[in-house]
Ligand binder design. Sequence first.
Ligand SMILES: Cc1cc2nc3c(=O)[nH]c(=O)nc-3n(C[C@H](O)[C@H](O)[C@H](O)COP(=O)(O)OP(=O)(O)OC[C@H]3O[C@@H](n4cnc5c(N)ncnc54)[C@H](O)[C@@H]3O)c2cc1C
Length: 454
Amino acid sequence: MNYDVIIIGAGPGGIFAAYELMQHAPHKRVAVFEAGHALNKRHCPIDGEKIQSCIGCKSCSIMSGFGGAGAFSDGKYNITNDFGGTLYEYIGKKQALDLMHYVDEINMRYGGEGCKLYTTAGTRFKTVCIQNDLHLLDASVRHLGTDINYVVLENLYAALKDKVDFFFDTPVQTVKRLDAGYAVVCADREYACDKCIVSVGRSGSKWMERVCGELAIPTKSNRVDIGVRVELPAAVFAHLTDELYESKIVYRTEKYGDRVRTFCMNPKGAVVNENTNGIITVNGHSYEDPAKQTDNTNFALLVAKHFTAPFEDSNGYGESIARLSNMLGGGVIVQRFGDLIRGRRSTANRIEEAFITPTLQATPGDLSLVLPKRILDGIIEMIYALDKVAPGTANDDTLLYGVEVKFYNMEVEVNERLETCYPGLYIIGDGSGITHSLSHASASGIHVARDIAK
Ligand SMILES: Cc1cc2nc3c(=O)[nH]c(=O)nc-3n(C[C@H](O)[C@H](O)[C@H](O)COP(=O)(O)OP(=O)(O)OC[C@H]3O[C@@H](n4cnc5c(N)ncnc54)[C@H](O)[C@@H]3O)c2cc1C
């Protein structure tokens, strides 16, 4: 064996697995293979001047490299079982929360100390929301911000680099079963290991599907969330964001009974492009440092789409809608809410005359030509519902960027140890379809590392 444990993917899942192995099994030889760059080499070429939108780099620095998709994220670690994944279904609610708190402790020790922990527990907004048919989910959220999140990653890398072999810019092509253990196949050679932890995240979703097919690991997939990113003056949501930072609010539409939710709220943040398998969608983040903050708050409004037989390709459905926006807009489309409800496209002039400055250069257009009616109706209904708890949300100048898609990796069949039907082959993090967040992905890494160390 070359290694006792090989981890594929250096996102939060992989990093925290490596970290915990070093704590509980320091004698084990551990390697991490990562398709993207080392942290200090990760740079997105979009500078807002010469390069204004995604140029489709071979390895997307936003999604890949040490820190994974989380590296330039807003660093919001939500400690909750209410959203962010279904890890608790495998390991139990208490254990899942304990592990998320443990991850939080590590983050605090490695540079996050002093970052505020917000909580929705006992807040008066819960009542205000319910009175308006909106439901505020319970969570504690540690907001590191993109800047402190980066510092924590730097410190974790410094702590791991002499104890773990890191192979950057080394995509793993496939995983093979050996008589004992596994072979991790890279372009130049194969590496053998006793145990293999696969933590390839969302960017590795297609790869994961293929490998599960090759190894005949059962999977299921039937959900995708589609919507827009809303951007408005920070003052509109300030009463909520100052107290809660992030409010996860769920609404059931009157027309179709669909669930629409707010997601990834970024007070005084910026809207950004996201490149998933060559498709440009939209996302957002914000900084802890006041000097880097903007005058706007952004958040996603997503409609959950669950499909039933015979249709199985929920991600393909989301991709087609995102491709449509890329086709019409060359990337992300932006539209004023007022233009959307008047049935007209936004133009560069209308955006320029608005009382809000967009933080992302996107193509002014018409989202009703992109989003299915049912989804668009749900989003419009929710904007009016939010307007009751945050007046100003339904203003004409509120900007909607589309599309935002939350692709869910197909869910891989694993047991309570997050181990596949093959002993010693674990699948964790967003790549498993079980987690969709920093804290759940990190907790899954800790869980598996402890199992291996045992
Ligand atoms: C812009 C943005 C903002 C976000 N903000 C938040 C937030 O505030 N809070 C939150 O909870 N979540 C946020 N998320 C989601 C969060 O980043 C993910 O849930 C989390 O990173 C998942 O961790 P992971 O380790 O499972 O996967 P990832 O972080 O995706 O890491 C997987 C890694 O595996 C590598 N990989 C893939 N395939 C291979 C292969 N074949 N060989 C080798 N390596 C491979 C990838 O390059 C990647 O680095 C955000 C995401 C984005 C993109």
